[in-house]
Design a binder for this molecule. Sequence first.
Ligand code: BTN
Length: 266
Amino acid sequence: MQREELSQEKIRENLNSCYQTNEIIILECTESTNVECKKHALFGAKEGLVILAKEQTAGRGRMGRNFFSPSGTGIYMSVLFKPEKEQAENVVFLTSAAAVAVCRGLEKSLGIQTQIKWVNDVYYKERKVCGILTEAVSNGGIIDTVVVGIGINLLPPEHGFPEEIQHRAGVLCEENVISKNKIVAAVLNELYAIYDTLSTREFMEEYRQRSNVLFKKIRFSTADEWKEGEAIAIDEEGGLVVKLSSEETVTLRTGEITVRFGKEDV
Ligand code: BTN
């Protein structure tokens, strides 16, 4: 396949009819599609807006980290949601729901099975292929804007991954034989649909089934030390229940864990 460029028309061809009126913006290069999306929200953009960039110069990751976003080898996109009052209490589930939506979209467009490393990293063949950063903006204490940013590593970057992520970063495909536009549309179809049924939390069972940390030994950091335990459950709010060696259980609500895949802690 020729190197396929992102295209509004090609994305729309694969987008379900109910989402055809959602605005799609494609940028050559931007600092961060999440930042762009929040700017558009300030100027009245409507729910469902998606902003894609071929490259990001300051892609944002969780915990204040950068997200490596070189030109042409990844999908970098942000989707805008404007929750109504009743939906606002459900947006805490959107991060886990988005991970399920990405897995479903990749399964439908590429026919591959991916897993979720708590909280919301998507893994393929024991390597991280997608990160998700959800950012919310409140107005008068009520969340009125949520941006879900999704970064997918499609192909090997021209100069490889930076050293600090080499041991865990992976790609979906070694060669350029995949359609970016179909993947984008498939993920969007799943994300919009899951958002509409967020309050049912029906995605949570699939989230558990796709977990690659459940029943494994994990490590997590607290304010002053690293602790170890076994991940024994994921509760209805998406919290990771961990049994410590003392038999005590703790439920992690946010943060990051490491787990051993092969010879690496990732
Ligand atoms: C993580 O793995 O820590 C989350 C990474 C999220 C990256 C995506 S790429 C599109 C969107 N824009 C950003 O600046 N970040 C998200």
